[in-house]
Design a protein around this ligand. Structure first.
Ligand SMILES: [Ca+2]
Length: 357
C-alpha cells in the first residue's frame, strides 16, 4: 500500500516522476525548437526564380529589346549608360561618369523579389576603384544626382553596393559593402561616412573582377526586407540584410544607377528579374491604399549603436518577432535543464543518504 511506503521511497518516486515529466518537457521543447528552426529555414529561402511569377514588365533581360526606344519602352536610360546585347553598362571604367536605367512601369505588387545579376570590373588595383552602384525602388525616376548617380533625399528604398571606402574611420568593415536605406525624402545620404548613419544593415562582400556570375536579391514581403547575395559561384543565396518593420508603398519605380569619381570601374547590369511573391494578406491590409504608404522603418532602438547618430536612424539589425521568441525559448530551455540537473543531484543525494541510514 502506498501509505505504508517509507517516506524516502515516496519522495524518490515523486522526484523520478518529476524528472520524467521534465525529460518529456525537454523533448517537447526541443521538438518545438527544431520545428521552428526548420520553419525559419524554409521562410528564409529565397525564391529560385519561378518563371510563372516573373513579371516581364518590371524585368530587364537580354538582349534588352525595346530599352529606351519609343513610347512603349519599359526601360529608360540616362547618362553614361551603354546598352549592348550582353550587358547594360551604367559606367565604363573611366573617371567622373554617371549612368542609370529605369523601369518606366510603376510596380503595384505588394510582395516582390528582384534578382539582379551584375558585374563590377576594372583595371584598378585593390582600393583604387569606385564608387559602386545602387538598386532603387523609388517614387521618382530619372533624377540624376550625387548618390551613385541618382538624386539625394530620394523617397523609397535604395540598396547600395559601395566599392570605395570614403570613411577612413570606419575600418571595422571591409569594402565592397552592401547596405540598404529607406528614405521619406528627409534624409541625406552621407558619402563621407559611406551612408553609415542612415543604413538599415549591411555586409561586406567580395564582388569585383569575378570570373563567375554575381547576383543580389532584394525581397520585400509583409513589411520584411531581405537582401541576399550569390557571389561565390556556389549557386546559393547568403543572407546580407534581413529586417522587419519596413513600410514601402506600391506604385514606385525600379532602377539602377552607378557613378565613378577620381577612381572608376565598369558597372554592368546583366539582368534585373522581378518575381511576384504569392502572399496572402488580411482584409485589413488589403483595404489600405498601398500607394499612400510613406516609406518608413520601425526598428528596436539600440542606444549603443546610435550614440553619435544625430539623424535618429538605426543601423543595427533589430530583433524580430521570432528571434525574440527563440531567445525566450532558449532561456526557458536553460532553466528547465538547470532544474532537471538540480533534481537529479537532489535525487542522488537522497539515495546516498538512504544508504547511510
Ligand atoms: Ca563609398
Amino acid at each position: 500500500m502506498a501509505l505504508d511506503r517509507h517516506p524516502t521511497v515516496l519522495r524518490t518516486c515523486l522526484i523520478t516522476e518529476i524528472v520524467n515529466k521534465m525529460k518529456c518537457c525537454i523533448s517537447f521543447w526541443t521538438f518545438l525548437l527544431l520545428c521552428l528552426l526548420q520553419f525559419s529555414a524554409v521562410t528564409s529561402d529565397i525564391t529560385d526564380g519561378n518563371a510563372e511569377h516573373l513579371k516581364r514588365e518590371h524585368s530587364l533581360i537580354k538582349p534588352y529589346q525595346g530599352v529606351g526606344t519609343g513610347q512603349s519602352s519599359q526601360w529608360d536610360f540616362w547618362g553614361s549608360t551603354l546598352v549592348t546585347s550582353q550587358y547594360v553598362r551604367l559606367t565604363s571604367d573611366e573617371r567622373s561618369k554617371q549612368g542609370s536605367i529605369w523601369n518606366t512601369v510603376p510596380c503595384f505588387l505588394k510582395d516582390w523579389e528582384m534578382h539582379v545579376q551584375f558585374k563590377v570590373h576594372g583595371a584598378g588595383k585593390k582600393n583604387l576603384h569606385g564608387d559602386g552602384f545602387a538598386i532603387w525602388y523609388t517614387k521618382e525616376r530619372l533624377h540624376p544626382g550625387p548618390v551613385f548617380g541618382n538624386q539625394d533625399h530620394f523617397v523609397g528604398l535604395a540598396v547600395f553596393v559601395d566599392t570605395f571606402r570614403n570613411d577612413l574611420h570606419g575600418m571595422d568593415r571591409s569594402f565592397p559593402y552592401i547596405s540598404a536605406m529607406v528614405n521619406n525624402g528627409t534624409l541625406p545620404y552621407d558619402h563621407g561616412k559611406d551612408g553609415r548613419s542612415t543604413e538599415l544593415g549591411g555586409c561586406s562582400v567580395e564582388i569585383r573582377n569575378k570570373d563567375h556570375d554575381t547576383y543580389l536579391a532584394i525581397r520585400y514581403s509583409k513589411g520584411r526586407l531581405t537582401i541576399m547575395v550569390d557571389v561565390d559561384d556556389k549557386n546559393e543565396w547568403k543572407e546580407c540584410i534581413d529586417i522587419g518593420g519596413v513600410r514601402l508603398p506600391t506604385g514606385y519605380y525600379f532602377g539602377a544607377s552607378a557613378a565613378t569619381g577620381d577612381l572608376s570601374d565598369n558597372h554592368d547590369i546583366i539582368s534585373m528579374k522581378m518575381y511576384q511573391l504569392m502572399v496572402e494578406h488580411t482584409p485589413e491590409e488589403d483595404n489600405v491604399d498601398w500607394t499612400k504608404i510613406e516609406p518608413s522603418v520601425s526598428l528596436l532602438r539600440s542606444p549603443k549603436d546610435n550614440i553619435d547618430d544625430p539623424t535618429g536612424n538605426f543601423r543595427s539589425t533589430p530583433l524580430t518577432g521570432w528571434k525574440v521568441f527563440l531567445l525566450l525559448l532558449c532561456a526557458l530551455l536553460g532553466i528547465v535543464v538547470c532544474a532537471v540537473v538540480g533534481a537529479v543531484v537532489f535525487q542522488k543525494r537522497q539515495e546516498r543518504n538512504k544508504r547511510f541510514y
